[in-house]
Design a binder for this molecule. Structure first.
Ligand SMILES: Cc1cc2nc3c(=O)[nH]c(=O)nc-3n(C[C@H](O)[C@H](O)[C@H](O)COP(=O)(O)OP(=O)(O)OC[C@H]3O[C@@H](n4cnc5c(N)ncnc54)[C@H](O)[C@@H]3O)c2cc1C
Length: 270
């Protein structure tokens, strides 16, 4: 099984400060760590490798210091680590982030499975995994809390809060895993020492230009504009399952989103 695990280095959210005036996270205000949700993705990949053999490639887009997160991934069982580091990749929103990661995955070559965390503890959108699958033209299964079967096909149990449901897919496929998927193991001292000596490949934007449009990287490729930064009231995930035909369910989902926005929407205005 050729598995790819995208991992993000995030600030320790118990320490981090925000620059509200500049509408950004002050990443220098806190220690950096591997996104905690990505540990479950890595552990899922390691368990699959133990059962079926194969390779695990960890990939991250971020500044040079993100190499530490990739070394952590190597210590936890990844075989190869690639860091996408370039000033032109900075300032990316989720669309540009997923596009850049998808470009790098195309450059890596054939794969069977991509495993992402369900979300990050800093951006917290949960968008990058599904967007990545769209860019690559493969199916995705989000919020997987149990992998029932992986081999010729994948059978996964998804936690949609309101209900659990079982999804079957062929390969290649992308999944995002929740913290119920497994218990990440701790790397041994020897694993950590070996990972410190291992090679982390650094790829620049230039190296992706054969498979990607550089105008879609970084700030230039990011349509999102941040208007305000605030700490929201924690509500937790909510879920609703729409069981109609696809056409009817799509209308119901659009109505539900408009209601969530307080009745204001420009959906269908064009
Ligand atoms: C306008 C704008 C500008 C921004 N500028 C910056 C900036 O300059 N620097 C910055 O660090 N952030 C910046 N961000 C935040 C950045 O867009 C997000 O952190 C990033 O796109 C990931 O989104 P998320 O954290 O919500 O990931 P989620 O979608 O919640 O993550 C889900 C999963 O996707 C994978 N993943 C997510 N991000 C990465 C990554 N970078 N590498 C590998 N795997 C990943 C992981 O498996 C993760 O568990 C900016 C955001 C906006 C809107």
């Amino acid at each position: 099984m050729r598995t790819i695990v995208p991992i993000k280095q995030v600030p320790d959210m118990s320490q981090v400060k925000f620059k509200a005036d500049k509408r950004i996270v002050d990443r220098s205000s806190a220690n950096a760590e591997i996104n905690p949700f990505d540990l479950y993705a890595l552990e899922a990949a390691v368990q699959i490798k133990e059962k079926l053999g194969g390779t695990i490639t960890a990939i991250s887009m971020g500044p040079g210091r993100a190499e530490t997160a990739l070394r952590d991934a190597l210590a936890r069982g990844a075989d190869r680590a690639v860091l996408l580091e370039d000033r032109t990749l900075a300032g990316a929103d989720t669309l540009a982030t997923s596009y850049t990661l998808a470009s790098a995955i195309k450059k890596l070559g054939e794969f069977d499975l991509i495993i992402c965390g369900e979300k990050t503890v800093d951006g917290d959108t949960g968008q990058v995994g599904p967007e990545l699958a769209e860019h690559l033209g493969i199916p995705h299964v989000a919020y997987v809390s149990r992998l029932a079967e992986v081999g010729e096909r994948l059978v996964a149990v998804c936690d949609m809060e309101a209900e659990l449901y079982t999804v079957e897919s062929g390969l290649p496929v992308l999944i995002t895993v929740t913290k119920d998927a497994n218990t990440p193991r701790l790397p041994t001292f020897r694993d950590k020492v070996n990972a410190r000596k291992a090679r982390v490949e650094i790829w620049s934007a230039e190296e992706l230009s054969t498979v990607a449009d550089p105008d879609r990287f970084g700030v230039r490729g990011s349509p999102t504009r941040v208007h305000k930064v605030m700490i929201p009231i924690e509500e937790g995930r909510k879920g609703k399952v729409f069981r109609n035909t696809v056409d009817k369910a799509t209308d119901e989902i659009a109505d539900a989103i408009v209601n969530l926005l307080g009745g204001k929407s420009n959906i269908g205005d064009e």
